[in-house]
Write a protein of this length. Sequence first.
Length: 290
Amino acid sequence: MVNYISGIAFVVLFLLGLGGIFVIGPQEHPPAAVIFGLAWLFLDVVASSAIRLAAQWEKAVIFRLGKFHCMKGPGLFTIIPLVDQLRMIDTRVLTVHFPKQQVITRDNVPVTIDGVLFFKVQNAAEAIIMVQDYRYMIAQYSQTSLRDVIGQITLDQLLTEREEIAKQIEHHVEKDTKGWGLEVTGLRIQDIDMPEELKKMMSRQASAEREKRATITKAEGDRDAAANLASAARTMAESPGAMQLRTLQTIDGLGPTASNTVVLAVPIDVLQSISAIKDAFRGTSSGQPA
């Protein structure tokens, strides 16, 4: 921007100076020529300084004799030298980083927080007239609002509701800076740092919570397995051949490996039938009626 202004002013200064040389030309009275040349040079400098250029993202706030006159730009514009004063204002989105600071939550836990505020100048005249340094002032208001909001919430809310907290801080900053010609576009909390002892306690709590969930899940699995086994037992009790089929399936699943030893469990009913037949044969062989 400075290079563009210097280049345009230099071109105007050079052209007017070249025109002055042709206007003065050879003079019969050298002292008069010198005076005329100095006057022409002064007017040349004044005229070149009246031409200004503002970039697409800039606004020029012009004060005439100390009072606000108008805003100009972007593009080429002119001012009255020695009468008008101007301030160039950047209207793009700007960032303000407020450094880490210690804040006490509602449950008396000290935490260290830093963040970034995004804003832009909506009205360049108000931003210049209403405050001395709008960048510094909005940064201070952001830090103050951060302390106010964090002091009203607990640590658990701070860790789980970060986006909502950022919106609350943004709302506070907008309310406090209303009338300054600024527009807050966003605020982000970057880092939350806690004491080491608290971190260890939270880690143990999280580990215990995970262990609790694992125990509950295992107990629910054991309960479902027991219910399924009970249902299977009832089904086998209602079907006399179900146990034999299950036994055959188990034997078939052992495979043909020679190292496997199979022990067959004979049902008690079969053993009683065999014992009754044996007793009958014994009675027949002794001559007693069966």
